[in-house]
Design a protein around this ligand. Structure first.
Ligand code: FNR
Length: 184
């Protein structure tokens, strides 16, 4: 069975992040052909083209990590109806220098997670807009909007809601097929 490496990019830096908990649940429910690495995007200096002459080590690390994977799983909260700045910064850092877009062509999937019931719809779709430009084919269906997320986990961060578990499992099965179809 061919194995595929997937970078998991979480848009929240909080230790108790519901998005991080969801990302871990997604990883645990995924088919065996997918392996995962959660990428640290919290230490990336803000993108500034002037720094490209001697790119910060954190930028180089991110670019190498993304270059090495076959697919991308984004799990993000919504901040003010868009994606958190830390996630946008990671997209920008990975997209440069000009002509060396590390995201290019990698199959992606987007899960938005929120405490409210609009479920991060705005962030989910703003992220899709950037991914179009970055040439990341983002899985269209199923869509994943996880609302009321504070009610889904126990005190140890374990997903306890059975219907969400079933949904996330089927989502990862669809993502496996998407990766198999698109990854080179
Ligand atoms: C939020 N939150 C939020 N929620 C939402 O549904 N739509 C929004 O536009 C916003 N905006 C927003 C801005 C900022 C600056 C913060 C800190 C929060 C609430 C957000 O969904 C909630 O804090 C989640 O729990 C964040 O995800 P993590 O950190 O738990 O993964």
């Amino acid at each position: 069975m061919k194995k595929y490496k997937i970078a998991v990019i979480v848009g929240s830096l909080r230790k108790e992040s519901l998005n991080l908990k969801t990302a871990k649940a997604l990883i645990s429910l995924a088919p065996e052909s997918l392996s995962f690495e959660i990428i640290n995007i919290g230490d990336l200096p803000f993108f500034n083209q002037d720094l490209e002459a001697t790119p910060p080590n954190e930028w180089v690390t991110l670019r190498n990590q993304i270059s090495a994977v076959d697919g991308l799983l984004f799990v993000t909260p919504e901040y003010n109806r868009s994606v958190p700045a830390v996630l946008k910064n990671a997209l920008d850092v990975g997209s440069r220098p000009y002509g060396k877009n590390t995201w290019n062509g990698k199959p992606g999937a987007i899960v938005s997670v929120a405490i409210g019931n609009i479920s991060g719809f705005g962030a989910n779709h703003h992220l899709r807009q950037s991914l179009v430009f970055l040439n990341v084919p983002a899985m269209a269906q199923p869509e994943a909007y996880i609302g009321n997320a504070a009610e889904l986990f126990d005190d140890h961060g374990k997903l306890t809601n059975d219907s969400t578990k079933d949904f996330l499992k089927s989502y990862m099965e669809a993502f496996e097929k998407w990766v198999q179809t698109i990854a080179q």
